[in-house]
Design a protein around this ligand. Structure first.
Ligand SMILES: Cc1cc2nc3c(=O)[nH]c(=O)nc-3n(C[C@H](O)[C@H](O)[C@H](O)COP(=O)(O)O)c2cc1C
Length: 383
């Protein structure tokens, strides 16, 4: 009886998530289709047990404007929800009685050894989330031994972030109308030691960010994004020609962020990109594009290991990381949870978020009988 009730509640909450009745502060738990259980008070970091908890804690600490900026997606937020639901709909197929006593989560990416395949996705304006802004994120990433991809729309200068970083930093680039400015910015990042460039290619214009419009989102007067240089969105066309131009002078690996189909992935390989990031911008740009985990297998088939594929969008659980790798990703990036963790507890929050995800991933590997990353393949997904 109890089980039946749970099934019904579960089905209903999944339906609610699909219809998107907004539940402030519970967006991500409800989207996950779980029974919204009372997790008790979230007073400090020791009360946090999973990435969803960070959203609830952060909501109480952020301004309404900042919370809406982070939590929202584009338009009716279908893609935002699908990013999560598509992970939940994939079932796992564990192998038992394997020796998983020495789990190895390391990978090598552009000649750098990562202890585990989880990076911080570029997210703008950390100054609205925590007084220490991007510096806290870098410290938190450093303590968790993870790579942090700094957004072009950072509220902290690149040199300041670099000063406190103890692990490699990557730089996300929006190609600006002023090409000299863009080139100088890339060269500055490279000079400072940022070790890869992610060019975001999915934003010729912004999405229909209704929730941001409702709160009249703008940067508070005390904050400044030093590399915005004009309008947020470029007026000049951004095409494959500009990517070729950028690759021609970049000295670090160039990844294209925002690839969503095999044809564009093929072009990225042919133009000489060092990697791609399968991303729909966390559902913030074009609503009703598929979930990233849904398009990943076709893209992986096309790319056929010629360059590494990273992915983001909806990664909240260690099992999500496992599924992404099984379907062709070399590593994953995490966006919103890091923002919430930063807002909840600064650098320590960021470290804890990464550690939770890493340990859940290790658990997921062990429980599916996969001792190394090389052991993770599509057979881990139940068919
Ligand atoms: C608050 C916020 C700001 C973002 N800012 C940027 C940005 O400046 N540049 C960029 O390429 N992507 C940006 N993104 C998209 C993320 O890099 C990433 O693609 C997305 O958040 C991944 O999905 P997830 O949040 O479900 O993990 C932003 C996302 C969020 C939530």
């Amino acid at each position: 009886m109890e089980q039946k009730r749970r099934d019904i509640v579960k089905a209903l909450s999944a339906l609610t998530a699909t219809l998107m009745i907004p539940f402030r502060g519970q967006t991500e738990t409800v989207m996950q289709g779980r029974i919204p259980t009372d997790t008790g008070e979230l007073n400090d970091l020791s009360d946090i047990v999973n990435l969803f908890d960070f959203e609830k804690m952060a909501e109480g600490k952020m301004t309404r404007m900042a919370y809406e900026y982070v939590a929202s997606g584009a338009a009716d937020e279908y893609t935002l929800r699908w990013n999560r639901l598509s992970f939940d709909q994939l079932k796992l197929n564990p192998d038992v009685l394997k020796d998983v006593s020495k789990p190895d989560t390391t990978i090598t990416l552009f000649k750098h050894k990562l202890l585990y395949p989880i990076l911080i996705a570029p997210t703008a304006f950390h100054g609205i989330m925590h007084p220490e802004g991007e510096s806290a994120t870098a410290k938190g990433a450093g303590a968790a031994k993870a790579i942090y991809t700094v957004s072009s729309f950072t509220t902290t200068p690149l040199e300041e972030i670099k000063k406190v970083a103890t692990e490699p930093l990557w730089f996300q680039l929006y190609i600006r109308d002023d090409r000299d400015f863009t080139k100088n910015l890339v060269q500055k990042a490279e000079f400072l030691g940022y070790s890869a460039l992610c060019i975001t290619v999915d934003s010729p214009v912004g999405g229909a960010r209704n929730r941001q419009a409702k709160v009249k989102f703008k940067l508070p007067d005390n904050l400044n994004a030093p590399y915005v240089n004009g309008d947020f969105f470029a007026k000049k066309p951004l095409t494959w020609k500009e990517i070729e131009w950028l690759i021609s002078f970049a000295r670090t690996p160039v990844l294209l962020k925002g690839i969503m189909n095999p044809a564009d992935a093929e072009k990225a390989v042919n133009i000489g990109a060092s990697g791609i990031i399968v991303s729909n911008h966390g559902g913030r740009n074009l609503d009703t594009v598929p979930a990233t985990i849904e398009v990943l297998p076709q893209i992986a088939e096309k790319v056929n290991q010629r360059i590494p594929i990273l992915m983001d969008g909806g990664i909240r659980r260690g099992t999500d990381v496992l599924k992404a790798i099984a379907l062709g990703a070399k590593a994953v990036l995490v966006g919103k949870p890091i923002c919430y963790a930063l807002a909840s507890a600064g650098a320590e929050g960021v470290t804890k978020a990464l550690e939770i995800l890493r340990s859940e991933f290790e658990m997921a590997m062990a429980l599916t009988g996969r001792a190394t990353i090389g052991d993770i393949n599509p057979s881990v997904i139940w068919k």
